[in-house]
Design a protein around this ligand. Structure first.
Ligand SMILES: Cc1cc2nc3c(=O)[nH]c(=O)nc-3n(C[C@H](O)[C@H](O)[C@H](O)COP(=O)(O)OP(=O)(O)OC[C@H]3O[C@@H](n4cnc5c(N)ncnc54)[C@H](O)[C@@H]3O)c2cc1C
Length: 469
């Protein structure tokens, strides 16, 4: 619900609260933390509805070690660094601090959401690139929507909270060295707000002809799972912010090709959990990759092949689930089946070659053979004997632009840093608008986590700044 600002003056420089821009998980985490310190929050979002891309998240949020995990977990930091790849050596010390903060505060992020906020995160799965299961999600609902709706509901109950939607920030205001607020447009009017500023405006995966085309022209024409909207890093570089890793863009290997609109640029994600719980990927009827590998690895294995003909750049890949996998990922599957993105069919219908490929996989899953692609974890795949009439669940998938690793540089206090590495006073950032935590490749589940960890830190810091004015 959009509200009109009453507690905040638009033409005075006297701060009456903190400003948070962006109502995704990073912004909501920062706002929750500010309110917990008794600081009024004015939350601006350009969209009509709050929630950003966060509301779509479906695989889960990482945390380790937590009481929900059944396997001891000491490798989260190492897995993150391994996944970040060779760019980790650039600004290594700074990245190490960010990754340490992320991983060390991950369990408390899960407990904050689960125990304090009441979001069930008791189900744990292992996603690609992780050594052990550590990605938490609710038993009965999707993770992004559950977290966003819960935080938003609790924020709206506070008299200290004001939300303005359809409010697009166009400029960050600065006085001398210090950031003092924002300029934004709403209903054709230009307005100003003043106060400590937390920027949580998300990434630029949906900015196909803007920042994406500028930093990764090779990805022009790729469909995306993110909302189509312009990136905001330029608003922050205009006040001196430093950028890092802008060319590091994550292409998710599996976005659904909707049979009703195969040429649409906007795709729905085929969640990681489908592969994690046992799903198999096939091209031309054959397996071609370890489905538990990192996203970058799987994407490379797909894009080595010729793309399909058509206006957009996509490939012909099939994802196949047995009954056991289907049941384990049922919260997602109901939606995908309802949307017509997956269908139930027989193995015979999938064409020649599929039966032996699935049988070989089933044998490896049952422990009779080693998987020739090196897959070790098979989720809940239960099918042992594959027959032509065996029922399976299938969908067509293709790589999609999914996440932008690059963004403004922050330190472990979520302060935005300038070109010399100095904190810009009055300005904090969290979530996908920032760069440096994930390097070349974000681990599935670590984006929601960075939103909570650095969003909460930003809220604490902005609160302290507000109180010390
Ligand atoms: C389909 C999908 C599934 C995903 N699944 C997972 C998952 O399971 N686990 C995981 O960890 N990550 C997942 N991710 C990634 C993760 O959801 C996002 O990276 C993360 O939620 C980003 O949160 P954020 O708060 O930084 O930005 P967002 O949630 O995108 O919010 C940013 C907000 O800022 C607003 N905004 C932007 N510009 C302006 C402006 N100029 N003025 C005012 N407002 C502005 C936007 O309207 C938006 O509401 C998924 C992403 C997608 C697209």
């Amino acid at each position: 619900m959009a509200t009109t600002a009453t507690k905040f003056a638009t033409s005075t420089s006297i701060a009456q609260g903190a400003i948070v821009v962006g109502s995704g998980l990073a912004g909501l985490s920062a706002a929750s933390q500010l309110i917990s310190h008794g600081v009024p929050v004015h939350l601006l979002d350009r969209a009509q509805k709050p929630g950003g891309n966060s509301i779509k998240a479906s695989s889960g949020i990482n945390g380790a070690p937590t009481r929900f995990q059944t396997v001891p977990d000491t490798t989260f930091y190492d897995d993150t660094v391994r996944s970040a790849g060779s760019v980790f050596s650039i600004a290594r010390e700074q990245r190490q601090k960010l990754v340490s903060t992320l991983t060390e505060q991950s369990a408390s992020a899960i407990y904050w959401l689960h125990d304090e906020k009441g979001v069930d995160l008791s189900k744990v799965a292992q996603l690609g690139g992780h050594s052990v299961p550590r990605t938490h999600r609710p038993e009965k609902s999707t993770v992004g929507a559950s977290i966003v709706m819960t935080l938003l509901k609790q924020l709206k109950e506070s008299p200290l909270f004001q939300l303005e939607t359809a409010a697009r920030v166009t400029r960050v205001l600065k006085s001398g060295e210090k950031v003092t607020g924002v300029e934004y447009t709403q209903d054709g009017e230009t307005k100003e707000l003043h106060g400590p500023l937390v920027f949580a405006t998300g990434g630029f995966a949906g900015d196909a002809n803007g920042l994406l085309a500028k930093y990764r022209p090779d990805l022009a024409g790729y469909p995306s799972t993110s909302d189509p909207r312009e990136g905001t890093q330029d608003l922050l570089t205009a006040v001196g912010a430093q950028l890092l890793d802008m060319e590091q863009v994550q292409v998710h290997p599996t976005g659904f090709v909707d049979p009703k609109e195969p040429q649409s640029l906007a795709k729905i994600l085929a969640a990681e959990v489908l592969r994690g719980e046992g799903g198999v990927l096939l091209m031309e009827g054959k397996r071609f990759v370890n489905e538990m590998e990192t996203r970058a690895h799987i994407t490379d294995a797909i894009t080595k092949h010729e793309p399909l003909k058509g206006d957009i750049k996509q490939w012909d890949v099939l994802i196949v689930l047995d009954e056991g996998t289907f049941k384990a990922a049922e919260t997602h599957l109901g939606f995908y089946m309802w949307k017509g993105l997956m269908r139930k069919t027989t193995v015979a219908e999938l064409g020649e070659g599929v039966l032996p490929a699935l049988q070989e996989y089933a044998d490896a899953a049952a422990g009779h053979t080693e998987d020739r692609f090196g897959r070790k974890a098979f989720g809940h795949w239960a099918l042992k004997k594959v027959e032509p009439e065996t029922l399976v669940y299938v969908g067509n998938v293709t790589p999609v632009v999914h996440f932008t690793m690059g963004g403004v540089v922050i330190n472990e206090r979520s302060e935005v840093l300038d070109a010399e590495g100095k904190a810009i006073p009055g300005l904090w950032a969290a979530g996908e608008v920032t760069g440096g935590v994930h390097g070349e490749n974000r681990l599935g589940g670590s984006s929601l986590l960075e939103c909570v960890v650095f969003g909460r830190i930003a809220g604490d810091q902005a609160s302290a700044a507000f109180k010390s004015q």
